[in-house]
Structures are given as C-alpha cells and as structure tokens.
Write a protein that binds this ligand. Structure first.
Ligand code: ADP
Ligand code: MG
Length: 620
C-alpha cells in the first residue's frame, strides 16, 4: 500500500489548534482581557459589535510591545511569560501558553496597534488567516489595541455554530465579569453596539461587586476572610436569605484567575446546609491565594480548572470559614437548622459515646502556623479535624466515600469524590414554629424544644466556648479591636504575676488589651477588648496571672491556650444573669458557628439533650 500520511498545511493545522482556544467570541474576549492585565494595564476598554461576531476590540494602557515583539506575538508558542518548564510552577500571569494571539489570528482578521513607553512611534500589524498583510510604523498611544474582526470568517461551519447574539453576549459578559471581579484595581469599560454596558472605576473588591451587580448587592454580602499556611481565602458570600433558584453569582478565583471547581463549590454549599431551602443556590465571590507551586492550572486548555495539592485541607478550611462568617454575622436563622448535619452530629455523637472528642485543642495551639510549607498541611488538617471532624470520631464506619454526579453545568459532567457528611436523622422538627422558641431557666440554662425532645444549653459554658474560639482567632490570625480607655486603669501586680504576664504581652495585645509596665511595679492598662466593662478589667487580668501561675508546672501547655481559656472564663456571661430573647438567640447562633460547640474549653459539656423517651420514662 502506498504511503498515505501527509503533513497538514500550516493554515489547516493552525485552524485546528485555534479551535481549542477559541470556541466563541467570549473566548477571544477572555484572552485579550487577560493579555491586557498581564501587560500591567490599569485602564482597559472592551468594545464589542454584534455579540463579538463582527468586532471584538480591547484597548489597554499597559506596557505595549516593540515592533519585533508585536510581530512575534502572533507566532504559536511565542510568549514573554515563561522561559522554561520550571516557570510553569511559578506563574504569576494569566497567559503562558503563547497560543492565544496565534489562534485568534488563524480564524479572524486582526489588527494590532501597540507602542512601548520608550518609543515615540508604535507599530500597526494586520493579519488574517495567519497571514500578515501589513506591518508599519504608526502613531498610537502607549499600550495596545487589538481588534478582532469577523471571527471564523474562514471557517463558515464554525461561524454557523455560534449561538444567537443574546447568548453570545451573555458569554462575553460572563468573561468580562470574571476578569473585572478579580481586578478591582483596574478600571474597565465595556461598550456593546455603541452603548456603555459597564463603566467600572478603580475600586475595592466590595465596590467592584456592587458596581457590577447593582447597589442592592451591598447589603447581601457577608465578608469571608481567613488565612492558613496553605491558602488565604477572602471575599464574600451572599446571605442565605438571598439564595436563588437559579445558579446566580458563584465565583471562585485562585490567584486572581477565575476557576471552576465542583469540589470547592461543594464545600461552600455544605457550609450553607440547613440555612437555605432545597433547590436554591448560595451566591459567593471567593478569592483564594495559594502558592503557585501548590497548584496545577495547566490541566485544561482554557485554564478554568485547577488541581490543588492540598485539596482536602482547602475544602475543610473553606467550609469552616464560611460557616463561621455566616455565624459571626448572625446570619443563621435561630434554630432553624433542620438540615445541618454538622450541627446535629454533636448530639448524635454525644448520645452514642459520652466520652470527650478525642482531639480538642492542640496544646501548642497555633493552627495557622508551622515551620515549613510541607508541614503546613498536616498542622491545618489536625486543627480542622480537631474541630468539626473530630465530632465524627468513632462514626467513621458509618461514613463512606460517596461519588457525586451532577447534571448541573456548574458541576461539570465529571465525577467527583467528596467526603460524605455523616447522615443522621434530622434533629429538628421540620415545622418552624416549634423551633423558634427559647426559654431561660434559673437564669442559667437556655432551653429549646428540638425534634427528638429538648435541648438544654449551659449559658456560661456556651459563652466560654464562643469567647475561647474568638480569642484564639484573635491571637493567631486576626487582631481584635481595642477600646481606648479615657482614664487608664492602674493595676497592682506582684513580680511573680508580672513574670507570667510579660511573655503574653503580644498575645494580650492581639486580644485588645493594651498595657504598660510601671516602674514602681504593676501595670497601666490603656486599652481593653471591646465589650468588657472597665470594672472587670482588674479581676480578669488578676485571674489570668493566677491561672498562668497555676499552670506553669505543666510542661506541655501552650500559653496562648491558657490565656484564651482564662479570659474566656472570666469574660463569659455568668450563671444568674437574665438573658432576653435576642441575647439567647445570639448566643445560640454564635455557639453553633463554633468549631466545637458541644464542649467548653475545659471539656465540660455545653449542652445536653433530653429525648422524648427520657421524658416518657418519667411518667410511668
Ligand atoms: P500568552 O499570553 O500565553 O503569553 P498570547 O498569545 O496571549 O500568549 O500573547 C503572546 C505574547 O504577546 C504575550 O506573551 C505578550 O508578550 C504579548 N502580548 C499580548 N497581548 C499584549 C498586550 N495587550 N500588551 C502587551 N503585550 C502583549
Ligand atoms: Mg495570553
């Protein structure tokens, strides 16, 4: 048989390759906007005609290109962004494949105008179907304008596949949103068929969201912020009552790049469980920052999927952080937690096995710090398992890896494996009226009916748990606000007492205490944590010193842990204090936003449940 293999002509090969990068006008928009960002621009204008079918033009005020670079930029695998394979693991740019411009030029008529700041005159290049038709010097502003006309003009079959203008415009706007959200420090403008669609000034993250999605969005946003050694998460989730039937606004960014991750999406949905109605979707704008070495963004040609090295740790941290934010902003409807298995499990667990959760607090508590990056993951995992997950301890047998498949576009069609939440019978009744009630008994316990009977919460211990977690957070992650005292408080301390307080000066500052050592002995306190009465300052610090003195002989303890426990104990609302409805409900919210709501910092039970059957037994 005769040889039949031939090399494809360049223009055919180019068109085939282009198909991977350019599926529709929106793909061009994405590539051009990303190039403009990579060029360091702070002003970018997107101009579109006929849903991008006739014209897509992006103008930026970035670094521009020299005449040679301008010509080279259209070559396949021509990029200024990486030089070697190693650079792939240190990416700080959107682009790196050097394929976008080559692909676009293979299937459209492209004009590039560009100038670098050091040259008086710029360059203009015209190229169509990969053929350069003109290159000349041109008087143009610093920066780059790329106009892409008549997309797929030379592949009619592809052009016919384009959807209606409405659909293609929607896709373009989606891409525009994704880039604009990730770069609030850049001003963006979008013009479609001659009218302004968006005009986004330089702003902060919240303003950018509001400028894009409307002023009403502002009140819906709950800030999310957390940082561990592996990942930093910032952004917003939408309050649960704004969850929508349609998918709505759901955005993940990793290192300022929009990504899709069904796995992380699952973590967010999980955090909202029990707070939103079935069939509705939470909104979120979440920005993750991760060391480029710990991710692989190269697994998909259009780069919207990312592989994380520490997937599980990121999942747990995301879920816990969002739960926490929702709790902190008192978002959770009071005791309307029908579905929240994370909430129910403690009681299920305590029913089955009354012993303490086997991990409570790492005595050298510093969940977000570790010596090296490789050690970071275990240290975080330990913390997160020590909180929510430890409550499942002993129940592992009941848990199994579940394979989820979703038909939703968002979840993509691939299968993902996720840790399955322990399914327990719903603790709370479905009807709302019976779960909204709380009572206080003996000014000491908060009582509320639950599905299986009755829940009794010890108010002092519950508040200790809340304060303890808050204090640890302040010490390790995020400094608390301090309340400046008009008249500083003088406090007498013995040398021994000062001896144990001194090493904690920094940690105390983090919790909001500002003080100075006096020459004659004792300290002057000039700032205190918000919310504690001045009259309590002296006893709280005295108590802390005493607790520290009592603890010193124990070799394995962590000072921060003792500090948080002691302050939590002193600051927590006492038994005997009447609590009104709001205060009771607020406390319950805060408690169930905690990582370990069921035990106090000293491992005493915070709450008990009385089953209906227990009550029945009393009436025999
Ligand atoms: P990549 O972005 O993956 O490097 P592209 O094909 O998108 O590949 O772009 C090729 C090169 O052209 C880029 O590496 C960059 O050097 C240059 N370039 C493209 N767009 C711009 C722009 N708007 N401003 C300055 N340089 C640009
Ligand atoms: Mg690019």
């Amino acid at each position: 048989m005769a040889d039949i293999i031939q090399l494809l002509p360049d223009h055919v090969a180019n068109q085939i390759a282009a198909g991977e990068v350019v599926q529709r006008p929106a793909s061009v928009v994405k590539e051009l906007l990303e190039n403009a960002i990579d060029a360091g621009s702070d002003h970018i204008t997107l101009l579109v005609k006929d849903a991008g079918k006739t014209l897509i033009q992006v103008t930026d005020n970035g670094c521009g290109m020299s005449p040679t670079d301008a010509r080279l930029s259209f070559e396949r695998h021509a990029t200024s962004k990486i030089k070697s394979a190693e650079d792939l693991f240190q990416l700080h740019t959107k682009g790196f494949r050097g394929e976008a411009l080559a692909s676009i030029a293979a299937i459209a008529q492209v004009t590039l105008k560009t100038r670098t700041p050091d040259l008086e005159v710029g360059t203009e290049i015209s190229i169509a179907g990969s053929e350069v038709t003109a290159q000349e010097a041109a008087v143009v502003p610093v920066g780059t304008t790329i106009a892409v006309k008549n997309l797929f003009y030379n592949i009619p079959a592809r052009r016919n596949f384009l959807k209606s203008n409405a659909v293609e415009t929607r896709h373009i706007i989606d891409e525009f949103h994704r880039v604009a959200l990730a770069h609030p420090q850049v001003a963006f403008k979008m013009i479609h068929n001659g009218s302004d669609v968006f005009n986004l000034p330089v702003s902060n993250g919240r303003q950018r969201i509001v400028n894009i999605f409307g002023t009403k969005t502002n009140e819906k946003l709950v800030p999310v912020s957390e940082e561990t050694d592996i990942v930093k998460v910032e952004g917003f989730v939408m309050k649960p009552n704004f969850a929508r039937k349609s998918r709505g606004e759901q955005f993940f960014f990793v290192n300022d790049r929009f990504i899709k991750s069904s796995y992380l999406h699952h973590a967010v949905v999980n955090a909202f469980e029990g707070l939103i109605k079935d069939g509705t979707h939470p909104g979120y704008f979440l920005f993750l920052t991760i060391a480029p070495t710990a991710i692989d963004i190269n697994i998909h040609p259009t780069k919207t999927e990312v592989k994380f090295e520490e997937e599980h740790a990121i999942y747990s941290m995301l879920r816990a952080t969002i739960k926490h934010s929702l709790g902190q902003f008192s978002i959770a409807p009071v005791l309307d937690f029908n579905k929240d298995s994370g909430f129910e499990t403690p009681y299920e667990y305590s029913k089955k096995a009354p012993q303490q959760p086997n991990v409570s607090v790492d005595r050298n508590f510093n969940p977000f710090h570790s010596e090296t990056a490789t050690k970071a993951a275990p240290s975080f995992k330990k913390q997160s398992r020590g909180s929510w997950e430890s409550l499942y301890a002993g129940l592992q047998d009941a848990s199994s890896e579940a394979t989820l498949t979703s038909s939703e576009e968002w979840l993509s069609s691939e299968k993902i494996t996720v840790e399955k939440e322990i399914e327990t019978e719903s603790l709370f009744p479905k009807e709302e009226e019976s779960v909204q009630t709380t009572f206080q008994i003996q000014n000491k316990y908060i009582v509320s009916p639950i599905k299986s009977g009755l829940m009794v919460i010890h108010q002092h211990l519950a508040h200790q748990r809340v304060l303890y977690e808050e204090l640890l957070r302040h010490i390790t992650v995020q400094e608390a606000t301090s309340q400046q005292l008009l008249f500083p408080i003088e406090l007498n301390l013995s040398n021994r007492q000062w001896g144990v307080l001194e090493p904690l000066e920094e940690a105390l500052l983090q919790t909001g205490f500002v003080f100075e050592k006096q020459e004659k002995g004792g300290i002057t306190v000039s700032g205190i944590p918000v919310g504690i009465p001045e009259s309590n300052v002296a006893p709280i610090l005295q108590q802390l010193a005493d607790d520290l003195l009592a603890e010193v002989p124990d070799a394995g303890f962590s000072l921060n842990d003792v500090l948080a426990k002691s302050l939590a104990r002193s600051m927590a609302v006492r038994s005997g204090t009447p609590l009104n409805k709001e205060a009771r409900e607020h406390l319950i919210h805060q408690l169930f936003a905690c990582k370990e709501p069921s035990v106090s910092p000293e491992n005493k039970p915070v709450l008990i449940t009385l089953e209906g059957t227990d009550l029945d037994a009393k009436f025999i």
